[in-house]
Design a protein. Structure first.
Length: 356
């Protein structure tokens, strides 16, 4: 699984336990990211619809949510062996992310260039393409030279960056095969699902900018770029209302009001734009609300302070932990309570006092 600031690794047991306690058979992960939550729900026997506006999330969704038993895994392995045998060649990726910026060492960047060009030359189904792109993305992630975010790279090459890029077959996820879309969550109506999991951005930092390298790797569109990190120029214009304090509340309220699924699971950080009381009041319009508080270790960048491009420390660590809040909202008070308790038990975290 790729390094990802928005990863719900710590929350996954709670989310899976809550969905299991609700007894739902279908769910939509509306802001899917790396699909970690969708994978967990699929393993629990739930049919998942995975959605995100990011192109890399769509590829991951095809590999981990949509890929079913009908995939010819032997063919996938043969394709990966072919791609892995290609000699590297210098292209846009090497020039941009290895020479102008230093996200990867050139020997790996050249292999990314060769492999990614070849993927576009192959005749593939949508799922096969997703599997190959996911393999390449994850291989690149294992040899990058960052702290996880692509806003900057580390001053000296990370030890892992010296390793050779290695393609691995994405693991087959047990459970029913699902569906994938790449759409704006504010415009998508995931019909026919019993539960929607919401994990919207909760502060000013854009995932599109934070993971612009992955977006370019999947799109393969050689965009113009700017700045030390060689961010795509469309990072300047691709903005979400969830990344603006004044707009985040109304955007979430409109989304919650529009969704037709009887059950909602919502996660949010106490460091975000949304106040606990406001979220409880909003979700209470959907029925009964229960809340679980889960202690959470902050991302690695927050643990090492702030440094300028020359490596000089220019900031200090403010705090190392925060709290993630998981809300369960729906029509049945007993089920909501059971789901919240199951989530709390899954992470050994006490449930907060119940709301109506």
């Amino acid at each position: 699984m790729v390094k990802y600031l928005g990863s719900k690794r710590t929350l996954v047991p709670a989310i899976r336990a809550a969905a299991g306690a609700l007894g739902v058979c279908s769910a939509c992960d509306l802001f899917a990211g790396t699909t970690r939550v969708g994978q967990a729900l699929r393993r629990a026997g739930i049919r998942v619809h995975s959605n995100d506006l990011a192109t890399y999330s769509e590829a991951l969704g095809r590999a981990y949510i949509a890929a079913g038993e009908d995939v010819d895994r032997s063919r996938v392995r043969e394709l990966l062996a072919h791609l892995g045998s290609l000699p590297g060649r210098r292209g846009y990726f090497t020039e941009t992310f290895c020479e102008r910026a230093r996200f990867f060492q050139p020997h790996n960047g050249m292999r990314v260039d060769a492999i990614r060009d070849e993927i576009d030359a192959l005749e593939l189904t949508a799922v096969e393409r997703g599997l190959l792109l996911t393999s390449l993305l994850e291989a690149a992630d294992r040899v990058d030279s960052t702290c996880g975010l692509q806003m900057a790279y580390v001053k000296r090459w990370a030890p892992r960056s010296f390793k050779a890029l290695e393609l691995r077959e994405p693991v087959a996820i047990e459970g029913p095969a699902g569906t994938v879309t790449r759409a704006d969550a504010l415009a998508l109506e995931p019909g026919g699902v019993e539960c929607v999991y919401l994990d919207p951005p909760y502060n000013q930092h854009s995932y599109f900018s934070n993971y612009h390298v992955w977006e370019t790797l999947i799109r393969w569109d050689a965009p113009d770029h700017y700045g030390v990190a060689c961010k795509r120029v469309d990072c300047r214009t691709t903005k979400s209302p969830f990344n603006r304090r004044r707009d985040a509340g109304p955007a979430l309220a409109g989304l919650v009001e529009r969704l037709a699924a009887p059950w909602l699971l919502l996660s949010c950080s106490d460091e975000g734009f949304h106040a606990l009381d406001d979220l409880v009041a909003l979700l209470a319009e959907r029925g009964h609300v229960r809340t679980v508080a889960i202690p959470f270790k902050r991302y690695v960048g927050a643990q090492i302070g702030i440094f300028d491009p020359a490596g000089r420390r220019v900031g200090e660590v403010s705090h190392l932990r925060n709290t993630e809040l998981l809300f369960v909202a729906g029509p049945d008070a007993g089920l909501a309570e059971r789901a919240a308790r199951a989530a709390a038990d899954a992470v050994a975290s006490p449930a907060l006092p119940a709301a109506a």
